[in-house]
Design a protein around this ligand. Sequence first.
Ligand code: SF4
Ligand code: SF4
Length: 167
Amino acid sequence: MRKIKYKTPEELKILTDKNRAETHALIKKLKKKKPKELDDFIHELHIDAFSEFSCLDCANCCKTIGPRLTDKDIDRLAKHLKMKPSEFLEQYVKTDEDNDFVFREHPCPFLLPDNYCMVYENRPKACREYPHTDRKHFYQILTLSFKNCETCPVVYEIFEEMKTKKW
Ligand code: SF4
Ligand code: SF4
């Protein structure tokens, strides 16, 4: 895989748009074929990418999209901040158009200026799992992951690498 370089969400959007038709065609093919080797291929790229690229040099996800919050996340974060869950909800949380709990603001209120997460040990489940490129049955989240190409430079490069293989 090409060396991962930091790209802004604006740069990623332009690159993703440029390759959109080609990527759609690949996704369609992979969803139909569900190749057995897809997970191993993606997981290896995920390990390679994150062993050489640090999220501390990026934080695009924390700056622009933010996680969906579960009740457990809210309880854990409130405890971490020594607040009541109701106070935490009032100060930091709103509901989005799908009625999910999300942070009121972007960048995330817990993102520090050096891109460290202030609540790292107790961060939301969705933050732990992002960008999902180590997930099993990756063919099921191809469309969702394609959206993440506009945010995450690692996901963008993984999709580009997927195109170099004959499926
Ligand atoms: S809680 Fe931490 S990891 Fe999650 S979006 Fe905020 S800064 Fe990023
Ligand atoms: S998961 Fe992706 S978007 Fe988020 S900080 Fe790491 S490289 Fe950047």
